[in-house]
Design a protein around this ligand. Structure first.
Ligand SMILES: C[S@@+](CC[C@H](N)C(=O)[O-])C[C@H]1O[C@@H](n2cnc3c(N)ncnc32)[C@H](O)[C@@H]1O
Length: 251
């Protein structure tokens, strides 16, 4: 911690995480229900899972998985310094089995997490749409390459049913907007994480490409990336949970 930084009170951490969830549901309608479906899928696999969260943000999904699966080992990857700082605080209580790698998800990103893999599951919630269409084939292949035989990729995201209007679809939602959440984060977290905010300002944090393939386009992409089975496990309006599995090793 920098010399003049003030530690963030647990109640402030809890407030930021609570507001993050409320903000995220504005953009991902039915988020809690989709997460519950995902947790049920993961519970059905095993208890000693190795799980990677791509673009984990403040690690709310990682924390939910760690709570649900007390023997799972978890790693997230993200390169927003403020979200990484908040996410690491969120994962404090799971020390030794959950952490975050501060790294861009650029081609070759898997080298940063290979020591934690191969993985039984990779989860990507509200993240893949950050990447332009041209990046998806290689991204999905790289995800498949870090999965064990029979492993699964869970994508939670939204389809663009409203012709690019997704981000305004929930204007009446009670949660904060993205900008309001960041204002709150700066007012609460700015003194605790001055270095992270400075790094965020200096670093080009990812801008979303807002690429939202249809479910059939995504199914084809996953198929072409070498996944064996692809299913839409749950829907909530424009939001979906898609599960793609790699082929189990033949005996
Ligand atoms: C909308 S947030 C979702 C965070 C988290 N999955 C959740 O649902 O709470 C998108 C996340 O993806 C991360 N992200 C986007 N593009 C990235 C990239 N190229 N490298 C690393 N992280 C990236 C952002 O920093 C951010 O934390």
């Amino acid at each position: 911690m920098p010399m003049n930084a003030e530690p963030l009170d647990p109640s402030d951490v809890a407030l930021l995480l609570d507001r993050w969830e409320a903000m995220s549901e504005r953009y991902l309608p039915g988020r809690p229900r989709l997460v519950d479906h995902l947790l049920a899928e993961l519970r059905s696999l095993d208890s000693d899972l190795a799980i990677l969260d791509l673009g984990c943000g403040p690690a709310s999904l990682l924390a939910a998985i760690a709570t649900e699966l007390p023997r799972a080992s978890l790693i997230g990857i993200d390169n927003d310094p403020v979200l990484v700082a908040l996410g690491r605080r969120n994962l404090d209580r799971f020390a030794g089995r959950a952490d975050i790698v501060d790294s861009a998800i650029d081609p070759g990103w898997s080298v940063h997490v290979c020591a934690n893999g191969p993985f039984d599951a990779v989860v990507a919630m509200l993240v893949l749409h950050y990447f332009p269409a041209a990046d998806w084939p290689a991204m999905l292949e790289e995800i498949r390459s870090v999965l064990r035989p029979g492993g699964l990729l869970a994508v939670i995201d939204v389809v663009d049913e409203a012709g690019g209007e997704i981000l305004h679809a929930a204007d009446d939602h009670a949660g904060p907007t993205w900008t309001q959440w960041w204002d709150l984060a700066a007012s609460i977290g700015g003194r605790a994480w001055p270095d992270a905010f400075a790094a965020r300002a200096a670093r080009s944090v990812p801008e979303s490409a807002e690429h939202h393939p249809s479910l059939s386009e995504l199914t084809s992409l996953l198929d072409r990336a070498g996944f064996d089975t692809v299913t839409v496990a749950a829907r909530s309006g424009p939001a979906y949970l898609m599960i793609a599995r790699t082929a189990a090793r033949s005996t």
